[in-house]
Design a protein. Structure first.
Lengths: 114, 113
């Protein structure tokens, strides 16, 4: 089936620590994944993406890891800051019949403690 | 940089009324997506368009319809509104090239009373 899920609904992290948000996906045919950050009252904001031919990609303070063997995706945020407090979603790109469809999983709320 | 523009920002309607939501994609983006997000829920895919043609369809009720116009803006039309339609409605746009991320607008909050 088509589903993307996250292990933890809420993650509390001390300011300055590293955060790790996990995501499991079920569609082995998905080959493109995106992490989004959503703040209250705003639309999802693109953070970082990764293609299935990669297992790691780094951005500014963020790293995405992809393990296709176990269909697992993670987002690592280094030196977590108060501004990182938000809900984080992973999304997978399912491309049936040459069209484009992105499925979102249940978000993880990240709370940064001062 | 220009972003996805959605209007209106907020909309209040009564049951059985109709509503029209508008979306203006990022310039040069040829693909538009609509998502519905209930409180505390993940965005649910409704429908997408590429070059003014419907591309894919998700969990969109038959009471809803959408289209993409020649200037690439899109409208989501919702009829016979129900209380359960109250949600945030997001539009996103992307380039049609594969592995092009979606960029979202800030949504329309629809409240049905």
């Amino acid at each position: 089936g088509e589903s993307v899920g996250l292990h933890l609904p809420t993650l509390s992290v001390q300011e300055g620590d590293n955060s790790i948000i996990n995501c499991a996906y079920s569609n082995s045919a998905s080959d493109y994944f995106i992490w989004y950050k959503q703040e209250s009252g705003k639309g999802p904001q693109f953070i970082i993406d990764i293609r299935s031919n990669m297992d790691k990609r780094q951005g500014q303070r963020v790293t995405v890891l992809l393990n296709k063997t176990v269909k697992h995706l993670s987002l690592q945020i280094a030196a977590t800051q108060p501004g990182d407090s938000a809900v984080y979603f992973c999304a997978e790109n399912i491309t049936p019949s040459g069209t484009y469809k992105y499925i979102f999983g249940t978000g993880t709320r990240l709370k940064v403690l001062a | 940089a220009a972003g996805v523009i959605q209007s209106p920002r907020h909309l209040i309607k009564e049951k059985r009324e109709t509503a029209t939501l508008k979306c203006y994609p990022i310039p040069r983006h040829d693909t538009v997506y609509w998502y519905q997000q209930g409180p505390g829920q993940d965005p649910q895919f409704l429908i997408s368009f590429y070059e003014k043609m419907q591309s894919d369809k998700g969990s969109i009720p038959d009471r809803f319809s959408a289209q993409q116009f020649s200037d690439y803006h899109s409208e989501l039309n919702m009829s016979s509104l129900e209380l359960g339609d109250s949600a945030l409605y997001f539009c996103a746009s992307s380039l049609s090239s594969y592995n092009s991320p979606l960029h979202f607008g800030n949504g329309t909050r629809l409240t049905v009373t």
